[in-house]
Design a protein around this ligand. Structure first.
Ligand code: NIG
Ligand code: FE
Length: 411
């Protein structure tokens, strides 16, 4: 029997397989795909015949990358806010003044489904060209039942098409919409009683932004618990601007991950370790908000798994490139090369509660990316993240088929 595809003679494959040591390195291997599944993973010399053979020489192979945190459905522009922040205004002040997230909410509510779809698919195609095959996409720029559901619907449909698979997160609790400014309780009730029943069937997880300018710890707990009752996985934007205690609370509730964590305290670190919650680092937001890093050394010491996301959004992290985030997580936050690579693969899958993405082996999805290291650099893991803006993807497979041909790569 011949395979559908054989990716032949990959000099270094970082499988990220949890049953192997380190990054699961394998040398001079071939990977075969048949009917959307991995049908061979082993020495090149013993590889079976295939209908189509792809030359893997000169590349490093990895599982398809996983971006565990994006807000990639939005309309409008925040260029003006970017200027204001460069001139010294703070992110929270702009939000509290009715701008920031709220300005994107106004533009997203006004956009047609078609317009949201076109923008999202363009963003996903660019991620795919960089080797990302699984992307988490949140709602949260609707803040009313119709627009929240429209965002999730668009994301679900895009994930079913060619390009990265999409896992969706309901974030009706991103901030308080202007029309509820004087009636917080009524908005929390609307999330729980109206938005959730409409959005839960379109979502895999529920998220809250628990912070100054957004939701309190008690409000966040109630919203997450309601999501859990709808069988959604729990996660939270946690300890970003102010310490609230949400990281420990969400961990205790069984959150798959908590994200940001610039103000995480020792009790929070201990809770993540105790409950096996993944810490998602978002160095793009740290960079653009000129913030300080999360306590990475303490997370490492406590054995908390660390993932790295882009937090792609038009305000705090207009960062589209997950490879750049791996570099920034190393340079700005202190991750090792190996931690950064694990952060955009296996630990990112773990953050999403998806145990078959972010690694390659028996039981994983058939997602493989072949990366070309910068000219003159050795075929070793550090070459993948040393140069900001590189490496280039030569081939990207999702579910055993190429999802963006080399000609489509927009770089
Ligand atoms: O993850 N912190 C809250 N939410 C987003 C920002 C969204 C926005 O600014 O539009 C974040 O950084
Ligand atoms: Fe975010």
């Amino acid at each position: 029997m011949s395979l559908d595809f054989l990716v032949h003679r990959i000099p270094l494959l970082l499988t990220m397989d949890p049953s192997r040591d380190g990054l699961g390195d394998m040398h001079d291997v071939s990977v075969g795909f048949t009917d959307g599944e991995i049908s061979y993973l082993g020495p090149s010399l013993q590889a079976p015949k295939a209908k189509q053979v792809i030359d893997g020489r000169g590349t490093i192979g990895l599982p398809g990358l996983v971006d565990p945190h994006t807000h990639s459905v939005w309309a409008g522009s925040r260029a003006n806010e970017f200027r204001r922040r460069l001139a010294g205004e703070s992110y929270t002040r702009i939000l509290e003044g009715g701008g920031g997230i709220l300005s994107t909410v106004a533009a997203t509510r006004a956009a047609t489904k078609q317009a949201l779809d076109t923008r999202l698919r363009g963003r996903l195609a660019r991620m795919c060209a960089r080797g990302v095959t699984t992307v988490e996409v949140k709602s949260g720029y609707g803040l009313n039942p119709e627009t929240e559901a429209r965002m999730l619907g668009v994301a679900r449909e895009a994930g079913a098409a060619s390009g990265p698979r999409v896992t969706t997160t309901f974030l009706g609790a991103h901030t308080l919409p202007a029309e509820f400014r004087n009636n917080r309780d009524a908005y929390v009730r609307q999330i729980i009683d109206v938005q959730l029943p409409m959005c839960a069937p379109l979502a895999d997880s529920i998220d809250v932004y628990c912070d100054r300018g957004a939701f309190s710890l008690d409000e966040s707990k109630a919203i997450l618990a309601a999501g859990q009752a709808h069988k959604l996985k729990v996660r939270a934007h946690a300890e970003q601007v102010e310490h609230t205690g949400i990281a420990a609370t969400a961990a205790q509730m069984g959150a798959t991950c908590v994200d940001h964590l610039e103000r995480l305290d020792d009790a929070g670190v201990a809770a993540l370790a105790q409950y096996g919650t993944t810490a998602v680092l978002l160095p793009g937001a740290q960079l653009y908000l000129r913030d300080t890093p999360p306590p990475v050394a303490k997370l490492r010491e406590a054995g908390v798994p660390m993932a790295v996301g882009s937090d792609l959004n038009p305000g705090s992290s207009p960062v589209h490139d997950l490879w750049a985030c791996a570099t920034l997580a190393a340079v700005l936050q202190g991750l090792t090369v190996e931690e950064a690579l694990m952060g955009i693969t296996r630990n990112a899958g773990r953050a999403l509660g998806m145990d078959d993405v972010g690694w390659l082996g028996s039981g994983s999805v058939a997602d493989l990316v072949l990366m070309r290291v910068p000219p003159g650099e050795p075929l070793e893991p550090a070459s993948l993240i040393q140069h900001l803006g590189l490496p280039d993807a030569a081939w990207v497979f999702r579910d055993g088929v190429p999802v963006c041909s080399p000609a489509e790569k927009a770089r």
